[in-house]
Design a protein around this ligand. Structure first.
Ligand SMILES: *Cc1c(COP(=O)(O)O)cnc(C)c1O
Length: 497
């Protein structure tokens, strides 16, 4: 019999942890990330999976990873998550435009792919809390580059036993993203702007998680932290599902033959989404290339091409802000896999990142990277991709999706690989209206984001999504802004101890 799956830290400090415990903890005590002791393999033929709807497939995939959840518990989580808060019964529709396939992951309540995982995480977390007999109030502490924040707020609002605190870079998110967060209602939510960029916010949160004295005080006050960031294994696993869904859709629509390989193209920031694709491939889904698309913050492109990860570089604020990241946290999980699960090596690399701002992987690890292709798109290339596709097919991509689309076009040219590719579409164009509409026509230069929602809706001849209708007229409820050094104090003030 196969050994039961448990979770362990990428840095070797913890082992034999159950899925529910890993979900509750978020991050391992040694600062590493929880990874499954092995990647489960699919035990049904893809043909048999093809008849499942999204919820059935989600249950199937999740049950392989979260083995200490009962069937009833897991089905309950899945059914509460993937319901009519998505605007389509398909949950993650596959759209063919010309010769391209887009997996649209933005049909949830906040119009970005973060909803795919953050609509289920609260249920996984409260179920885990019950299973572990936690008996404490959970405080979700999260840093966002724009989309996570609102999706987490949406998921966790008014869930009993949970409070949520979101830090966002004050100048680093789109106007619409900002309004989505600071107008968010809910008696257990707190949103704080940071004078700094996303990496400052993320590093600040990580520091708080590792501040032992602070954690003790927290516990004395009957609170415990957890994370909604993509380092939580409870975020990662639900993302594996839609790669299966995408593949099976292509198969059932007759676009690919049985067991034919596909490429996936993923606009990447923290490396969570593409890591989920890698896990899907390891489970046995026929994925050929994993195409990792970056914007001008091309630290991952450089890493994949040279084996050197170096965050010591200029940070650019781009029109695809959810990818403006220099420290891709989930890459640690890939390093763990590439090194043959060598936690000592991973720890050395991460220590080097901490102290020198960089690390270099060895040749063996580099050769294990061969399934990945790294590319990046400049701001001009991103805008051009949006306008070209709109002019050709009247389909409007958001800026993040356009980065992926542009990188794939380049990949096809240089590789002459004609494997069918799925472009992962991570946000609705309505979230980034200014950049998107001005890519299509510079006559929109003097409009603001909110006016452009209306203009986009008339270009597409469709009602704007309810999620952002009249968002500029909503009441601002979160006004706190703090220096990046004062994040701990802000948490303390909100929790009142
Ligand atoms: C978060 C986000 C990304 C990056 O995803 P990662 O999992 O962090 O790599 C890309 N696009 C959008 C719209 C996002 O919100």
């Amino acid at each position: 019999m196969e050994e039961k799956i448990y979770y362990k830290s990428t840095r070797g400090g913890q082992n034999g942890i159950s899925a529910s415990e890993a979900i509750l903890k978020g991050i391992a005590e040694d600062g590493g990330l929880f990874v499954p002791s092995r990647i489960p393999k699919i035990d049904l033929k893809l043909k048999e999976l093809a008849s499942m709807n999204y919820r059935e497939l989600a249950y199937y995939v999740l049950s392989k990873f979260l083995v200490d959840f009962t069937e009833e518990e897991l089905k309950n989580c899945v059914n509460n998550a993937y319901d009519n808060k998505f605007d389509t019964e398909e949950i993650a529709p596959m759209v063919k435009v010309g010769d391209s396939y887009f997996l649209e992951l933005f049909h949830g309540p906040t119009l970005a792919f973060k909803d795919m995982a953050l609509s289920i995480l609260p249920y996984l977390l409260t179920t885990s809390s019950k299973k572990q007999g936690l008996g404490k109030e959970i405080v979700i502490l999260t840093a966002t580059s724009g989309d996570t924040g609102k999706a987490a707020l949406e998921g966790f609002t008014n869930i009993p036993g949970i409070k949520i605190i979101v830090f966002y870079p004050e100048e680093g998110v789109s106007e619409i993203q900002k309004m989505q967060m600071i107008t968010h209602k809910g008696n257990n939510t707190h949103v704080i702007g940071i004078k700094g960029n996303f990496d400052d916010a993320q590093s600040g949160v990580k520091r708080i998680f590792r501040d032992e004295e602070f954690l003790k005080t927290l516990e004395e006050n009957n609170y415990v932290f957890s994370s909604a960031n993509s380092i939580n294994i409870g975020r990662l696993v639900p993302q594996v599902v839609y790669y299966f869904y995408a593949y099976l859709k292509l198969y059932s629509k007759g676009e690919i033959a049985e067991d034919e390989s596909i490429n996936v193209v993923v606009p990447t920031g923290n490396f969570g989404n593409i890591l989920a694709a890698y896990y899907a491939k390891e489970m046995g889904l026929p994925i050929n290339k994993l195409i990792c698309a970056s914007n001008d913050n091309k630290v991952l492109y450089d890493f994949i091409s040279t084996g050197v990860y170096d965050k010591g570089r200029e940070f650019y604020t781009t029109i695809s802000p959810s990818m403006d990241i220099l420290i891709s946290s989930n890459l640690e999980r890939l390093l763990y896999a590439l090194s043959g699960e060598d936690s000592k090596m991973v720890k050395e690399l991460m220590d080097s990142l901490d102290s020198n701002g960089s690390y270099k992987i060895n040749d063996a690890m580099r050769s294990n990277l061969k399934d990945f292709f790294g590319g990046y798109a400049s701001e001009e290339e991103t805008k051009k991709a949006i306008s070209d596709l709109y002019n050709k097919d009247k389909y409007i991509m958001d800026t993040h999706t356009a980065v992926a689309y542009s990188v794939n076009e380049r990949y096809v040219k240089v590789s002459e690989d004609n494997t069918k590719a799925v472009v992962v579409s991570t946000a609705s164009p309505y979230k980034f209206t200014y950049a998107v509409m001005n890519s299509i026509d510079n006559k929109y230069a003097d409009y603001n984001d909110f006016q452009l929602v209306k203009e986009m809706s008339s270009l597409l001849n469709k009602e704007e999504p309810l999620a952002i209708k009249d968002i500029n007229k909503r009441e601002i409820v979160h006004k706190t802004v703090c220096n990046k050094e004062d994040m701990k104090k802000a948490v303390q003030e909100y929790l009142n101890f």
